[in-house]
Ligand binder design. Structure first.
Ligand code: 4AD
Ligand code: MG
Length: 431
């Protein structure tokens, strides 16, 4: 009796008869022998059909198979030092499950637009599969770290009456007779939850109606947002560097094969251990000016600035204490210099830019009320957020890490779109 198994588990069945259920990735033939590359979601394995051994009928069935036909293969597992996974299957029988005629993604090169139009099929290829595996491991590592560090996951709403990160990038929708917006960030709800549970985090999709068409921007992206009661700015940064380095370490330990498939130079990730370097915004501006950039104190950084700043280091760098005027209304001013806030962006190396934005939050009722007025925030929609400062308010801090940017950096991808299974970009809502 053959045992049903997967490509990933094949090594435990050396010399035994197995059944694999998958799809035909590729095929070549030498007349008397056919080499079928079968993938099953866990990996790809070569199945060898020898005419003299399998008989005419099975051999003919192999001949008729086309790319991406779904198949159930029966055969005997053989160790093979030349095979990428160390084994191949000596095929004894095969059944066609679903045919595949004129599969659009051939093994030759295709343009990105074509591949994005066929994203529902593109994810079947080894590289895209590997990226999705790494993404899943990054999510697993993030959750494991936070769960193990005393955090409670709290899920904020996706439909909100107001904005967290500025009003220009909101997706507006009708909520019966009211106006609603897709969430840009769960932060405000996490602040409420931190006062209930101490240390909390959210993990879910967020939306930005940004007309940016860069390799770092998606319209819908996932964010993980930890929020911690009684945490100072320095506590926040110490947590972030432990968090990011543990995620990278987890991926290095669990995704060796995937990173190899993607072609990632993993030596670039091995330095990613805490502590991370820190630079103040002031120092960053002075450093950029010295390098000939036309940038003044008070300006925000563009992608080239971030790339150059991060390029000095072999691990992510914190840029701290930005001008109050260019950051979100809720950030706590530095008590010694109220013109800057207790915030930091974490910039990834190799040109990946900002992967984390975080800060200590204003906890004083009157200061928050002042900010509401300065920023013309609609009191009604934000009333509850202001009220948090009325009853048992405490200093607290938090951050948001972009999942796709983190995965793009860890995998060394050219564009964040490959880090999302079905990316939404400025001109793409399909498939
Ligand atoms: O810096 P941002 O806008 O911060 C916030 O939303 C805070 N409320 C988070 C918090 O403190 N709880 O976004 C945080 C991160 C960025 O550093 C980036 O990694 C990612 O979210 N991000 C994007 N990723 C892909 N496409 C976009 N359009 C993104 N915008 C932000
Ligand atoms: Mg930011």
């Amino acid at each position: 009796m053959a045992t049903q198994t997967t490509v990933a588990q094949i090594g435990t069945y050396e010399g035994q008869a197995v059944i694999l259920r998958g799809w035909l990735y590729n095929k070549r033939s030498s007349g008397k022998i056919q080499f079928l590359q079968v993938r099953d979601g866990t990996g790809v394995i070569q199945c060898v059909a020898v005419r003299n051994e399998v008989g005419e009928d099975v051999f003919a069935r192999c001949s008729e198979l086309t790319q991406e036909a779904s198949v159930i293969v029966e055969g005997v597992v053989r160790a093979d030092a030349r095979a990428p996974i160390g084994y191949e299957v000596q095929l004894t029988d095969i059944q066609l499950v679903g045919e595949s005629v004129d599969y659009p993604i051939t093994l030759k090169e295709h343009g990105v637009d074509f591949l994005m139009d066929h994203r529902h099929l593109w994810i079947r290829t080894p590289r895209q599969r590997a990226i999705l595996k790494v993404r899943a491991e990054v999510e697993r590592a993030m959750q494991a770290f936070l769960d193990g560090d005393g955090f409670t996951r709290v899920d904020p709403p996706v439909l909100t009456p107001s904005s967290a990160e500025g009003t220009t990038e909101l997706f507006h929708i009708k909520y019966f007779d009211e106006d609603a917006y897709l969430t840009q960030s769960g932060q405000m709800y996490m602040e409420a939850a931190a006062m209930a549970l101490g240390k909390v985090y959210s993990m879910g999709p967020t939306f930005r109606a940004e007309r940016s068409k860069t390799r770092r921007h998606l319209i819908e992206f996932w964010m993980i947002e930890p929020e911690m009661a009684y945490y100072t700015h320095d506590d926040n940064l110490a947590l972030q560097e432990r968090f990011v380095s543990s995620v990278v370490e987890h991926v290095l330990n669990h995704c060796e094969a995937e990173l190899a498939t993607i072609g990632r130079d993993v030596s670039k990730l091995q330095h990613v251990t805490a502590p991370f370097p820190r630079m103040s915004y002031d120092e960053a501006i002075a450093w950029l000016q010295k390098r000939g950039h036309d940038i003044q104190w008070g300006d925000d950084f563009g992608a080239p600035h971030e790339t150059e700043l991060a390029g000095q280091f072999d691990r992510p760098v914190f840029i701290e204490r930005y001008p109050t005027a260019i950051k979100a209304f809720y950030m706590q001013p530095d008590p010694e210099r109220p013109e800057v806030v207790l915030c930091a962006d974490l910039l990834a190396p190799e040109g990946y830019g900002e992967i984390i934005g975080g800060s200590q939050r204003i906890h004083d009722f009157h200061l928050m009320e002042e900010r509401f007025a300065q920023h013309h925030l609609p009191e009604a929609a934000y009333q509850w957020y202001l009220e948090l400062r009325k009853w048992g308010s405490v200093p607290h801090s938090g951050f948001g890490i972009g999942l796709e940017r983190t995965v793009a950096w860890i995998c060394g991808l050219e564009h964040v779109r490959e880090a999302n299974p079905f990316p939404r970009t400025l001109y793409r809502l399909y498939p």
